[in-house]
Each structure stands twice: as structure tokens, then as C-alpha cells.
Design a protein around this ligand. Sequence first.
Ligand code: ATP
Length: 237
Amino acid sequence: MAVAITVNHLRKEFILRHNRALGIKSRFLGLVYKDKREHREHFVALDDVSFEVEQGEALGLIGHNGSGKSTLLQIIAGILEPTMGSVTTKGRVAPLIQLGVGFTPELTGYDNIFLNASLYGFQNRDVKKRLKDIIEFSELEHFIDTPLKNYSSGMQMRLGFSVAVHLDPDILLADEILAVGDQQFQEKCLIKILEMRNAGMTLILVSHSPEQVRSFCDQCIRLDHGQVVECSLKENV
Ligand SMILES: Nc1ncnc2c1ncn2[C@@H]1O[C@H](COP(=O)(O)OP(=O)(O)OP(=O)(O)O)[C@@H](O)[C@H]1O
């Protein structure tokens, strides 16, 4: 089997600023002297993370709040740069990571479809061929000429999901995005993901639902404070 995603000794540090405790004097001195300014901490969000996902395989990513799951997905999607390490992906990656990423609030749903698809490298003429299916799947026909800023979070998710899955991704990165959809739409999305998996798509699914991970994934990884902890679908999820 060919490998679709390789994550190689990934490390991500964020800088945390601690300036709440600074008194007026220190803040004043901080304006003049660099070393008196806020205290900065290098926070390690991902620590030496390595794994591979084969083509057509589905990996479940689990872990407590703040364990590094979204950070990892954003690095795989190319949205964030790692501090150290590397990621390679094979094929077209569709990141369903954060609501609103790749969309412009002032533009209508219709215009956002073209904008979002262009970020995946699609020409307008190719989008037009898929337009009917994208709008129909999202069930947003009535609101498609409304600016995105007037969409609810569930409506934004519907549009984002519909665009992503109609652009033939080889790899889908899904970060709890379905959580904001209503139950009927969630089920429709899960069926669509299953169909795409059957057609050979690779999937990374971040979820807090053990049931979802067990029914969708072939293997899983648990992150604990940014480190990979072994995880077995049968015993740990
Ligand atoms: N831009 C940033 N600056 C500073 N710290 C950040 C930044 N982004 C994420 N972090 C920190 O990195 C850690 C991992 O965050 P991340 O969002 O990846 O966790 P998560 O596992 O997806 O959490 P959840 O289950 O709550 O979605 C957290 O402690 C978070 O505060």
C-alpha cells in the first residue's frame, strides 16, 4: 500500500505571553528596557509526533482538550508551519478544520463557493460543473445569495463540507467540524464520508466520540499533551 500522509518528528511551539502580573513600574520600564518586558514562555503543543497513514486508510485522532489535535491537522493542511519536523501528503487535501477558513464573510454563499474552490486549485469552469450538486447537498438554495456573515455556524459548515467533498479530495481532514450540524445533516455527511472512503479516499477524523472513531477508522492515535500515546481501537476508544 502507498503512503498518503507521512508525519515526521513534528514539533510545534507557541509563544505564550504572561504580562498580567506586571506592575505599573515594570510596564513603564518595559517601554524603555527590553528585558523588563512581558515574560514569554515557549509552549510545546506538539512534541516529536510521527506516524503514517496509508492511502485509503482512516485514522482517528483523539485526546483531551488542548492535547494538540487541531494544531496537528492545521500543520498537515499546510495552514500552520511546524517548528521542527516535516509532513508529506500525496494528492489533493481538503481541510475541514475551522469554520470560515477559506471563506470571506462579506461575499455571498454563491461567490464563496468559487473562492473556496479556487483555493483547492479549481478553475471557475470546473466549479460550474459541480455547482448544482454543491448547492443541493448543502440544502442552502434559499440562502445562496446571502452574505456568509449572515449564515449560522451550522450553515457555514454545510457550505464548507459540501464544497470540500465535491472537489474530489484524496485526503479529507475533518476536525470535529460536523459537531455544529444538526443530526440529519451530520448523518448525511457521515454517509458521504463513507462513500468517499469506499472510493479510496484517505481520512483523518478528529473526534471526541468513541463510537464515531470506532465505526469510521482503521487505526487511531491518542495525543496527550502533544505526544503520541499508543491507542487500540478495540481497547482504548
Ligand atoms: N496560536 C496559538 N498560540 C498559543 N497557543 C496555542 C495556539 N494555538 C493553539 N495553542 C495551544 O496549543 C495547545 C493545543 O491546542 P489544540 O487546539 O491543537 O488542541 P485540541 O487537541 O485540538 O483541543 P480541543 O479538543 O479542545 O479542540 C493548547 O494548549 C492551545 O492553547
